[in-house]
Design a protein around this ligand. Structure first.
Ligand SMILES: [Zn+2]
Length: 86
């Protein structure tokens, strides 16, 4: 698990529970032999992808680096937008 600290911004959707959009925890888990999921959770524990891991970023190695965390934040955005549209 890696902490993500972002500068104040308007590009990341705020957490529906606590409104935070600058502090996240990045997680990685192996889901198949050559596939890992990378996702971010809010510091309050909210995870918009917990119901549908299809919203998580898939990566062969699951390394947590700048690139994969940016993709995971992109997935956070689309998961929350999809959640709001429901
Ligand atoms: Zn939150």
């Amino acid at each position: 698990m890696t902490q993500i600290r972002l500068a104040p911004n308007t590009s990341i959707e705020p957490c529906p529970k606590c409104g935070n959009n600058t502090s996240f925890e990045a997680h990685s888990a192996q889901v198949a032999e050559d596939c890992c999921n990378v996702w971010v959770e809010c510091v309050c524990g909210y995870d918009p992808t917990s119901d549908d891991s299809g919203d998580r970023y898939e990566d062969v190695w699951g390394a947590l680096n700048h690139t994969t965390m940016m993709w995971a934040l992109d997935c956070w955005n689309s998961a929350i937008r999809g959640w709001e549209a429901r």
